[in-house]
Design a protein around this ligand. Structure first.
Ligand code: FE2
Length: 482
C-alpha cells in the first residue's frame, strides 16, 4: 500500500507533514543580530505525522511528536529536529503504516498494538531533574537526550508514577525548584480520577494525592501558586461509551458548570474544595498567585468550545465569534464561605498560547505574552495567530507585534536577557510560518518593545508545522544535568 496523505486541511498545504529530521549548522540571520549573551537552547515540540491516518477525519493532535532545538552560542544558532521514538513510532515505522487509530481511541487500533503505550509525546518539552522530557497528557513523559534529541525512553520516575498519565503542563516553583504536576484520566481513558504530584529538584516524587473530578473532561492545564494548586474542570467531557461507538474522544456539554478544584500545596484529598462557575471554555493558564486568602488565576476565557472538531452535545453549530478567548482573571476567595469565583476580563485582544516570565511562576507577576488572532481596530487577512501580544497586567494594556502578511505565529516564549534581569527584561522568541514561501522564521523580539522590528530574524529553509509548546534551558542548566 502506497503512502499517501489525505487532501484535507489537517494534512495539506502549510499543515502537510514535513517528515524531515534536520540539522542546520548556524542558521542564516536574515535581519538584525542575535544577542551574543543568549546562552541556552530553545526546545519545542510539534505534531508531524509519520504516516497517513487510519481514520479519515482524524485531528492534528494525533500527529507524531517532533522535538526541535535552537541552540544559541555567542550570537550563532544551530537547529536540530528529531522525531520522538515513542513505542508507537517504532511500531508504525516497522510496519510502514499507521497502526494506531483515532485520537485517544484505543478501540480503533490495529489488533497488533492492543495494550501498547499510545503516546505521541507531541505537546510540550521541558527540563526538570537534569532531564529533558517530552510529554502528551495521555501518558507518562518520554526522556530525550538534550544534545542529540535521541529518545532515551518512557520516564516513570523510577516506577514511582502511579498515574497512567502525566500532564504536558507541569509548573515549576522558582523558590524551591519543585515540579508540580498531575495526571488526569489517571486510571485510564475517560476516568474522572486525578493524581496530583510534586517532585523535588532532583526529580524524585515527594508528594501524591488522588481525587475524583465532578465529571470526566479534558484537564489540559492547571494553576499553581505558593500555597495552592487549582484544577480547572471545563465541560469538554469524555465518555468511554462515546469512543466505543467511534465518536470523538471529547464533546462540549454546555449544560455543565465549570469547577475549580482547590487543594493546599501538598494537601490531602480531605482538604479539597470545589468552586463552581457558569459554563466557560478555558485551556492554558498564563499565571497564578495567591495572597494567603485570595487566589488569582489568569487564563484566556471564551463563551464556548474553541475546538471545531469536538462537537457540541446541544447540537449548536460551531460559532467562531463565541470561541474567541480573552485573557481574564478568575479570583477565588478561600475564606468568605462562598463556593463560587469571580471573573474579570483583562484585555480586548483575543488570543491564546499565553506565557509569562517563568521565573515568576506561582508568584505575583505583572507581564505576559500570547498569540493574538484579533487586535481591535486592525483588519488583516488570513487566519491563525497573526500578532504576538505583550500584556501589561498592571495597566491592563496590550501591545501587539504583527508578524507579517501570509504569516502566523506559534506559541511565543519569553527568555530573560541575563541572570538577574528584571521581570520581562529580555526577549520573546516565536516560530512564524511564512505561507507564501512554505518555510518558517524564528523571530527574536525585544520583550519591552514588542511592537518594534525584530531584534533578529533567523531564516529557516524548511517549514515547521504549527506546533504546541516549548521552553528555554540555559547552558548552565544543561551542564548541571550531565
Ligand atoms: Fe497546551
Amino acid at each position: 500500500m502506497s503512502t499517501r496523505f489525505p487532501d484535507e486541511p489537517p494534512f495539506s498545504g502549510f499543515n502537510a507533514p514535513v517528515r524531515v529530521e534536520a540539522d542546520i549548522y548556524d542558521l542564516e540571520v536574515a535581519q538584525g543580530e542575535v544577542p551574543e549573551q543568549l546562552d541556552g537552547t530553545y526546545y519545542r515540540v510539534v505534531c508531524d505525522r509519520q504516516w497517513p491516518p487510519m481514520v479519515a477525519d482524524d485531528i492534528a493532535f494525533n500527529g507524531d511528536g517532533m522535538v526541535m532545538s535552537f541552540r544559541f552560542d555567542r550570537g550563532h544558532v544551530d537547529f536540530k529536529s528529531r522525531y520522538v521514538r515513542t513505542p508507537r513510532f517504532e511500531a508504525e515505522r516497522a510496519a510502514r503504516r499507521a497502526l494506531f487509530g483515532a485520537y485517544r481511541n484505543p478501540f480503533t487500533d490495529d489488533p497488533s498494538v492492543v495494550g501498547m503505550n499510545r503516546t505521541l509525546a507531541n505537546t510540550n518539552v521541558f527540563w526538570h531533574g537534569g532531564m529533558l522530557l517530552a510529554s502528551k497528557e495521555d501518558s507518562p513523559p518520554i526522556r530525550i537526550d538534550p544534545d542529540t534529541l535521541e529518545t532515551v525512553g518512557v520516564h516513570t520516575f523510577d516506577g514511582a508514577l502511579t498515574s497512567q498519565t502525566s500532564t504536558a503542563h507541569p509548573k515549576f516553583d522558582p523558590n524551591t525548584g519543585e515540579m508540580v504536576f498531575f495526571g488526569y484520566a489517571a486510571k485510564g481513558e475517560c476516568t474522572p480520577d486525578i493524581a496530583y504530584y510534586e517532585a523535588d529538584p532532583a526529580g524524585n516524587l515527594i508528594h501524591e494525592t488522588w481525587f475524583q473530578a465532578p465529571y470526566s473532561s479534558m484537564v489540559h492545564d492547571f494553576a499553581v501558586t505558593q500555597n495552592f494548586v487549582i484544577f480547572p474542570i471545563i465541560p469538554l467531557i469524555s465518555d468511554l461509551d462515546r469512543i466505543r461507538n467511534n465518536l470523538s474522544h471529547y464533546a462540549w456539554d454546555p449544560s455543565k458548570d465549570v469547577y475549580l478544584g482547590v487543594l493546599p500545596r501538598k494537601g490531602r484529598v480531605e482538604d479539597l474544595r470545589w468552586y463552581r462557575g457558569d459554563t466557560r471554555f478555558a485551556s492554558h493558564i498564563l499565571g497564578a498567585y495567591d495572597d494567603g486568602r485570595h487566589i488569582f488565576i489568569d487564563t484566556p476565557v471564551s463563551e464556548t468550545n474553541y475546538f471545531p472538531f469536538f462537537p457540541d452535545l446541544s447540537g449548536a453549530p460551531y460559532d467562531p465569534a463565541r470561541t474567541k478567548g480573552f485573557l481574564s482573571r478568575w479570583t477565588i476567595d478561600t475564606m468568605d464561605g462562598s463556593r463560587g469565583f469571580r471573573e474579570e476580563r483583562l484585555t480586548d485582544h483575543a488570543g491564546e498560547f499565553p506565557r509569562m516570565d517563568d521565573r515568576y511562576e506561582t508568584l505575583p507577576y505583572s507581564w505576559g505574552v500570547m498569540g493574538l488572532y484579533e487586535v481591535p481596530g486592525e483588519q488583516r487577512p488570513g487566519g491563525g495567530f497573526r500578532w504576538i501580544g505583550a500584556v501589561d497586567l498592571t495597566r491592563k494594556r496590550t501591545t501587539a507585534h504583527y508578524v507579517g502578511d501570509a504569516s502566523a505565529t506559534g506559541e511565543p516564549l519569553f527568555v530573560p536577557a541575563h541572570d538577574g534581569a528584571a521581570q520581562a527584561e529580555g526577549y520573546v522568541m516565536a516560530v512564524v510560518g511564512r505561507h507564501d514561501e512554505m518555510r518558517s522564521d524564528l523571530l527574536i523580539l525585544d520583550a519591552g518593545r514588542i511592537d518594534a522590528p525584530p531584534v533578529a530574524t533567523l531564516k529557516l529553509p524548511l517549514r515547521i508545522p504549527y506546533g504546541l509548546h516549548g521552553n528555554w534551558v540555559t547552558t548552565a542548566e544543561l551542564r548541571q544535568g550531565q
